[in-house]
Design a protein around this ligand. Structure first.
Ligand SMILES: C[S@@+](CC[C@H](N)C(=O)[O-])C[C@H]1O[C@@H](n2cnc3c(N)ncnc32)[C@H](O)[C@@H]1O
Length: 405
């Protein structure tokens, strides 16, 4: 396969479908149909860390040109030949959309991805519809059987407003179509079904959407609510990522409901900081890259500002201060669960993987100091006690910590 062909296919698997849609269809029409395709960066973020077992059945009820299914297919195994891969993928990938052109594009793009991954120039067979029997033109709100067999729901539904259906218990008047699609899918899904969705931020933060959040929490364990920012330059709408798991009907457990910060509309660490696990795995990583200061839980004090660090090592992935680090495992007997240190000074700092790094988007030392002060409170302890039962902090839980910066 030559390089030019590969480049063209790469583009058609990323932004080209969205750009062609922009070129061919005007904005008011796209708004009316809710037709905005997810770029590969956002789709990858939604599916980060996701694995699919051999019994997975992955369904996008409003599939568009399959950008979310493509991210899923990148994680699926290949067959011995292109045909075998298409048969296998066709058995576990499902999508519906009201527009036939989108469905045609979806099948073709999945086949292109399969061909690209095989990398040996096999011809794409004709009659792709027969390889993808579950990818078809249909209303995503009328797919009881498909949803009932689904193990993973991937969703970026339309965001327009529509009248609330008769008998709707969580909304009246006009309601976001996205809210409707999510509740509808969760109501029909079997217990244990995973939901990964990109949704308008107003559902996360709006006070009128409180009843919707309660309904979602009744139906599913809410594993992650993560603010993302603007969907893209054209759609110009703030979105968040939702990761939830359908619970058994009678289970109304108080854990894993919508995080309390969202109920009050307060901001969270993720609104102001980029959060990562430190990159250095000491006995595994080679000493390459620039020589820089090196921190780990044993050479920095808790609840202090640190500028000079004597320990140094080489590492290609270091962070530029100012930032805050949290210990991933809190010590028994330590009263505060998110034990923090502010890191200042010039030059990059290599961070061991037992620390979580919070990089302030405004790059201000004062924002770091404010965060450290907030973490040193019973309020944050209470939040973490409710959010995670083990003493091991996760990036997801840290991102959701409510703060008043
Ligand atoms: C925001 S786009 C997202 C497409 C795709 N999921 C993605 O992430 O790129 C929403 C899609 O939903 C489709 N759609 C709108 N109403 C629908 C319905 N009732 N059933 C199925 N698809 C629908 C639109 O045609 C559009 O392609």
């Amino acid at each position: 396969m030559d390089e030019a062909w590969t480049k063209q296919v790469d583009a058609s698997l990323d932004g080209v479908a969205g750009k062609e849609l922009q070129r061919l269809v005007d904005l008011p029409t796209r708004r009316a149909f809710g037709a905005f395709f997810t770029g590969s960066t956002l789709a990858e973020r939604l599916l980060a860390g996701q694995n699919f077992g051999k019994d997975a059945f992955i369904y996008d009820p409003t599939v568009g040109a399959a950008d979310l299914l493509l991210a899923a297919a990148r994680r699926l195994p290949l067959g011995k030949s292109l045909r075998e891969t298409l048969v296998q993928w066709g058995q576990c990938l499902a999508g519906t959309d009201l527009q036939q052109e989108f469905i045609d594009a979806a099948r073709l793009r999945l086949a292109l991805l399969a061909r690209l991954r095989h990398g040996d120039g096999q011809k794409i067979p004709s009659g792709l519809a027969s390889y993808f029997p579950h990818l078809r033109r249909a209303d995503g709100l009328e797919q009881k059987q498909l949803i009932a067999r689904t193990t993973h729901l991937l969703m970026n539904p339309p965001y327009g407003l529509t009248p609330a259906p008769e008998g709707c218990t969580w909304a009246g008047g006009r309601v976001s179509e996205a809210a409707l699609f999510i509740v509808h899918a969760l109501e029909l899904a079997k217990p244990g079904t995973h939901l990964l969705a990109i949704l308008p931020d107003v559902l996360r933060s709006g006070s009128f959407q409180h009843h919707w959040r309660e309904r979602v929490s009744d139906l599913a364990e809410v594993n992650l609510v993560e603010r993302y920012g603007i969907f893209d330059d054209i759609a110009d709408v703030d979105v968040f990522l939702l990761n939830a798991c359908r619970r058994a009907d009678k289970d109304k457990s108080i854990h894993r409901r919508w995080p309390s910060a969202e109920k009050t509309g307060a901001s969270t660490i993720a609104d102001h900081f980029d959060v990562h696990v430190g990159r250095v795995v000491p006995h595994r990583d080679k000493e390459t890259g620039p020589l820089c200061r090196y921190i780990h839980p044993r050479n920095i004090p808790v609840w202090e500002e640190v500028s000079s660090v004597s320990e140094k090592r080489r590492h290609p992935l270091a962070y530029q201060p100012p930032f805050v680090v949290l210990r991933r495992t809190s010590r028994p007997g330590h009263p505060y669960r998110a034990a923090a240190t502010v890191i200042l000074g010039n030059g990059p700092v290599a961070v061991e993987n037992h620390l979580i790094v919070c990089l302030p988007r405004d790059k201000s030392p004062d924002t770091c100091r404010d965060l450290m002060a907030e973490l040193h409170t019973q309020r944050v302890n209470d939040f973490l006690d409710q959010r995670i039962c083990c003493r091991h902090l996760t990036v997801g839980a840290v991102k959701e910590i409510p703060i008043s910066i």
